[in-house]
Design a protein around this ligand. Structure first.
Ligand code: NHX
Ligand code: ZN
Length: 629
C-alpha cells in the first residue's frame, strides 16, 4: 500500500519539460515587452495632423528621426513624441525642409524585430523537434515508471498459493523447503551461520509449474512475492533494463524477507560475448546489473531470488556461479502419478461424475504438462456445460483430451469424397504399420476428421512414461511415419501434398540417430552433434566440426535410413493390401476408429482391458503379423 502511493507521487519525466517550455514562453514575452517599451513606451503619441501643426509652428526642438513609417522626436517643451505617417505622403519631407527641421532617416525596422524575425523560425523548428523527441522519450519513461515497480504480491491469508496447490514436483518441493524455512525465520539461520542460497534457478519445460512453485514458496513462507519477466527488462533504450533491475532489488530490500522471481531468465541471461559481430548491448548491461545486484546484497537481508527458464543451455555461466543462482532445481514433465495428482487438484472444485477415472486419464496423457492438464479439465468442463450436463462425464474428458492432444476438430471444412478417400488411405497406412511393428507406441485412435492443421490424424500414446528408447523403436517409428505416403503410392501410384510434417519428423529422427545417438552402422559411434552454439543475429547456428566429406556421408546415411524405412513400409502395405482397404473403408464410414475397433478390423485379438496386461497383447499381435520377429 505504502508503495503504491509513492509511485504516484513521483513526478513523471515530462514535468521538467513543461517547466522549460514555460520558461521559454516567458522569455519571449519579456523580450516583446522590452522591445515595446524601449522605443515607444516613454513617448507621447501624437496625431499625424497634430505633428504637422507642431512642425509648422516651429515647435520641434531636436532632430526628427524617421524610421520607416515611424516618426519620433522632441518638442520644444521637452515632451518626446512618436507618430505614424502614411507611407504615400511624399510631401512630408518637403514640409520638414520648408520649416528648417533637422531630420534623420533610419532603416525601417527595429533591430530587435530583425533579430526576432530571423530567429523565430529556427527556434520554432528546434522547439518542435525537441518537443517530439522528448515526448517520445518521456512516454517511454512513463512506461519505465509503470513497470519498474513490479507490483509485489503481498501475503494475504485468503488467496495464498501454497504447496497444496502444487501437485507433483515432489523433489522440487522438498528442495524448496529450506528456502521457506529461511524466509520464515531468517534470524534462526543467521545465528547458526548456515549458508542460504541467494538464488534458486528453476529449470524445466514450459507449463511444468515453475512460476507456481515460486509463488507457492512465497505463500508458504507468507512472504511478499515480487515477480518480473526477463523480457520486461529488455527494452529499446539502453540503460532502462539495468535501472529496472536496480529498482526491483531496492524494492525487495524494503519488503524483505521476500522473494524476487524472474520469469524467462534466458531473455536477459543469455550468454554474453557469444554473438558474432558484437552482442546486444542493452541486454548485456541488464545482465551485468543483475549480476552486480545479486553479488551486492547479503543473504542476511532476507531476499531470495528465484528464476525460471526452459533454456538453461543458453544461460550465461556467470549466472550459475556461487553467490548468484547457486541452487538449481529441475522441474520435469509430470509422470503418471504426478499427472493423476495434478488432475485431482484441477477437478477438486468441479462437479465430476462417478464415471470419471482420473487414473485412466493420467495414463493416456503422457507428455502433457501441468498447464496442458489444467487446460484439459477446463475444456472438459466447457464441453459438459455446452451439452447442458450437471456433471462432467468421462466422455467429456475423452473429448477434451483428444482436443488438447490432437487439435481442435474442424468439422466445418468440406472435403470431397475423392479426397476423403486419399486421407483415409494415408491414415490407414500409418495405422497398419504402426500396429504391426514391435516396440513402437500403440495406436490410440485414428481419424479423418480434420483437427488443427491436419486433415487426418493417427494418434499414438505410449503405454507408460519412457525415458530412453532403442534404435529399433526409432527405425520402426520412421517406418510408420512414412507409411502414409507409401499407402498413397500403393493405391494411387501418386504422392500427394500434405505429408510435410510426416517427412519432417521422420527426417529429424533419422538425423539425430546418425548424429547424436550413434545408431548408424556406416558412421559409427561418433557424435556429430554440438552443444556449443554460436549466435548469428538472433538465431542459433550449429558450428560444424567435421569435414565436408563427413557432412555428405551424414546426409546420405540419413537418406538411406529414410529410404529403407519407406520401402519396408511399402512392402508391408503391399503384402496386406486387403487389410489396408478394410481400414480405409472403415475410416470412410465411421471417420474415427479407436484402438479396439482397429484391432477388430485387423482381426487382432482385442487388447486386454487390464492396463498392465497391454504388453502381452501387443506381443501376441506381433506374432500374428508377417513382420513379427
Ligand atoms: C493443407 N493440410 O495445408 C491441408 C489443409 C496428407 C492426408 N493444404 O500426416 O493433414 O495437408 O497422418 C503438424 C501436424 C501441415 C503440422 C500436421 C503441418 C499437417 C497429416 C499439412 C494428412 N496425418 N497435412 C498427416 C495433413 C495438410 C500439415 C502440420 C500438419 C494428409 C496430413 C496437412
Ligand atoms: Zn501422415
Amino acid at each position: 500500500m505504502d508503495d503504491k502511493k509513492k509511485n504516484k507521487k513521483k513526478p513523471g519525466r515530462d514535468n521538467p519539460l513543461k517547466f522549460l517550455l514555460l520558461w521559454i514562453i516567458a522569455g519571449f514575452l519579456l523580450i516583446m515587452i522590452a522591445v515595446h517599451f524601449s522605443e515607444d513606451g516613454k513617448r507621447k503619441s501624437l496625431n499625424y495632423s497634430a505633428l504637422l501643426t507642431e512642425i509648422k509652428e516651429g515647435n520641434i526642438s531636436d532632430t526628427v528621426v524617421v524610421k520607416g513609417p515611424v516618426i519620433s522626436g522632441t518638442l520644444k517643451d521637452g515632451t518626446r513624441f512618436s507618430t505614424y505617417r502614411p507611407e504615400e505622403d511624399t510631401e512630408f519631407f518637403n514640409i520638414l525642409r520648408e520649416n528648417d527641421v533637422d531630420y534623420k532617416v533610419e532603416s525601417g525596422t527595429n533591430i530587435w524585430v530583425n533579430i526576432l524575425v530571423g530567429t523565430i523560425p529556427i527556434l520554432l523548428i528546434f522547439l518542435l523537434l525537441w518537443f517530439f523527441i522528448t515526448r517520445q522519450m518521456s512516454s517511454e519513461g512513463n512506461k519505465v515508471m509503470a513497470f519498474t515497480k513490479s507490483r509485489p504480491i503481498m501475503p494475504d491469508q485468503k488467496n495464498r498459493i501454497t504447496f497444496d496447490d502444487v501437485a507433483g514436483c515432489k523433489e522440487a518441493k522438498e528442495e524448496l523447503q529450506e528456502v521457506i524455512q529461511f524466509l520464515k525465520e531468517p534470524k534462526r539461520f543467521q545465528k547458526l551461520g548456515g549458508k542460504i542460497p541467494k538464488g534458486v534457478l528453476l529449470i524445466g519445460p514450459p507449463g511444468t509449474g515453475k512460476t507456481l512453485l515460486a509463488k507457492a514458496v512465497a505463500g508458504e513462507a507468507k512472504a511478499p512475492f515480487l515477480s518480473m519477466s526477463g523480457s520486461d527488462f529488455v527494452e529499446m533504450f539502453v540503460g532502462v533494463g539495468a535501472s529496472r533491475v536496480r529498482d526491483l532489488f531496492r524494492q525487495a530490500l524494503r519488503l524483505s524477507p521476500c522473494i524476487i522471481f524472474i520469469d524467462e531468465l534466458d531473455a536477459v541471461g543469455r550468454q554474453r560475448f557469444a554473438g558474432l559481430g558484437g552482442g546486444h548491448d542493452e541486454r548485456e548491461q541488464t545482465l551485468n546489473q543483475l549480476l552486480v545486484q545479486m553479488d551486492g546484497f547479503q543473504t542476511e537481508s532476507g531476499v531470495i531470488v528465484m528464476a525460471a527458464t526452459n533454456r538453461p543451455d543458453v544461460l550465461d555461466p556467470a549466472l550459475t556461479r556461487s553467490g548468484r543462482f547457486d541452487r538449481t532445481i529441475v522441474v520435469t514433465l509430470p509422470d503418471i502419478k504426478a499427472r493423476e495428482e495434478i488432475l485431482a487438484v484441477h477437478v477438486r472444485n468441479k462437479p465430476v461424475a462417478d464415471s470419471v477415472d482420473i487414473k485412466v486419464l493420467a495414463r493416456a496423457t503422457a507428455g502433457l504438462s501441468g498447464a496442458n492438464l489444467e487446460n484439459l479439465t477446463n475444456e472438459a468442463a466447457l464441453l459438459a456445460a455446452r451439452k447442458g450436463k450437471e456433471k462432467i462425464e468421462m466422455e467429456d474428458f475423452e473429448e477434451a483430451k483428444d482436443k488438447v492432444l490432437m487439435g481442435v476438430e474442424r468439422r466445418s471444412i468440406v472435403i470431397s469424397e475423392k479426397e476423403k478417400r486419399i486421407i483415409a488411405y494415408h491414415e490407414a497406412g500409418h495405422t497398419l504399420v504402426q500396429k504391426q511393428l514391435p516396440e513402437v507406441y500403440p495406436v490410440h485412435k485414428v481419424t479423418i476428421i480434420p483437427r488443427g492443421q491436419a486433415l487426418g490424424v493417427t494418434h499414438i500414446i505410449p503405454e507408460e512414461d519412457s525415458f530412453i528408447e532403442s534404435d529399433v523403436y526409432y527405425k520402426n517409428s520412421i517406418c510408420a511415419l512414412l507409411a502414409g505416403r507409401s499407402a498413397e503410392k500403393l493405391i494411387y501410384d501418386k504422392i500427394f501434398t500434405g505429408g510435410e510434417n510426416d517427412l519432417k519428423v521422420a527426417t529429424e529422427i533419422a538425423r539425430r540417430m546418425v548424429c547424436e545417438w550413434g545408431m548408424s552402422k556406416n558412421l559409427g559411434p561418433v557424435s556429430y552433434h554440438h552443444n556449443e552454439n554460436v549466435f548469428l543475429g538472433r538465431d542459433l547456428v550449429r558450428q560444424r566440426e567435421y569435414s565436408e566429406e563427413t557432412s555428405r556421408e551424414i546426409d546420405s546415411e540419413v537418406r538411406r535410413i529414410l529410404e529403407e524405412a519407406e520401402s519396408r513400409a511399402a512392402e508391408m502395405l503391399k503384402a496386406q493390401k486387403n487389410k489396408l482397404d478394410d481400414l480405409a473403408c472403415a475410416l470412410l464410414q465411421r471417420e474415427t476408429l479407436n484402438s479396439e475397433e482397429i484391432d477388430e478390423i485387423l482381426g487382432l485379438k482385442p487388447k486386454s482391458i487390464n492396463l498392465f496386461d497391454g504388453k502381452d497383447a501387443t506381443e501376441e499381435n506381433q506374432n500374428s503379423s508377417p513382420e513379427g520377429k
